[in-house]
Structures are given as structure tokens and as C-alpha cells.
Design a protein around this ligand. Structure first.
Ligand code: DQA
Length: 145
């Protein structure tokens, strides 16, 4: 089984970016956690971070047929990008949406995501731990058929 983990804008700055909100872990730390969980689950993990909406759309478009599912932290694009939503609608690849923070308890403009209703699940507020939790939940779901 193969799963893509996609990360949107500014997540490359984790560790230095508003650490009181987003935590001390760097994205590299999170990638290591996810790869470790992937190894335990015997799943191949692909990893991408981009600050560019089009690059994220491109990455979603090529999921189909190549991976069994995806985990995505779309970051701010999750609140705004209909292009990203359309890409997921097009490829029909199951995915779990992750946010480090509990976006539902934050500013009103962050409480809605354009992906949530398409997702297998949304995990928000668990910090870095949300990523391996999302991977495990997705794989459990995929294996259950
Ligand atoms: C985030 C929440 C978004 O609102 C924000 O724009 C981010 C990070 C999170 O992981 O909590 O960049 O997706």
C-alpha cells in the first residue's frame, strides 16, 4: 500500500513559525514520525510540501492510480482553494485532512474547510501527533475495504 502525505504553504516553517500555536516540531520531525508509522504499518509513504497552490493541485491530480490514499494538511489553502477541492473531486482518492491546530476553535475564517466534506476524516488539534494518527486511521479504513 502507498500513501501520499501532502503539506501546504508555510508548513516548511514549522518549528520557528508561531511555536506557541503550531508547536516546536519541524516539518522534518513530523516527516520522520510519519515515516516511522508508515514502516510499522508496512506502508510506503510519499512526502511533499509546497507553498504553491498550483503545485498542490498538480500533486493531487497525479494521486490517482499511483497511491491508495492521501493525508493532507492543506494549511491556508484548505480554507480557500476550490481548485484543490475540484482536484480531489476529480481523482476520487480517499484522504484524511489534518490540521495541527483545532481550526474549529480559531478565527471564523479558519473554521470552514473546502475539503472537509470530501474527506474520510478530519483530524484537528492534535499537533504533530495528528499526522501519524491520520495515517493509521486512513490505512485502517483502506484495509477494511
Ligand atoms: C493549519 C491551520 C491553517 O488555518 C493555517 O493556515 C495553517 C496551518 C494547521 O495545521 O493548524 O497554515 O493548517
Amino acid at each position: 500500500m502507498r500513501v501520499a502525505v501532502l503539506n501546504g504553504p508555510n508548513l516548511n516553517l514549522l518549528g520557528v513559525r508561531e511555536p506557541d500555536l503550531y508547536g516546536q516540531h519541524t516539518l522534518g520531525d513530523i516527516e520522520a514520525m510519519v515515516r516511522q508509522e508508515g514502516a510499522l504499518l508496512e506502508v510506503e509513504v510519499e512526502w511533499l510540501q509546497t507553498n504553491h497552490e498550483g503545485a498542490l493541485v498538480d500533486a493531487v491530480q497525479v494521486l490517482r492510480g499511483r497511491v491508495d490514499g492521501a493525508v493532507i494538511n492543506p494549511a491556508a489553502f484548505g480554507h480557500t482553494s476550490l481548485a484543490l477541492r475540484d482536484a480531489f473531486l476529480a481523482v476520487q482518492v480517499p484522504f484524511v485532512e489534518v490540521h495541527l491546530t483545532n481550526i474549529f476553535g480559531r478565527e471564523p475564517e479558519r473554521r470552514h474547510t473546502v475539503l472537509a466534506d470530501l474527506a474520510v476524516a478530519v483530524i484537528a488539534g492534535l499537533g504533530a501527533r495528528g499526522y501519524p494518527v491520520a495515517l493509521r486511521a486512513l490505512v485502517d479504513r483502506l484495509r477494511a475495504g
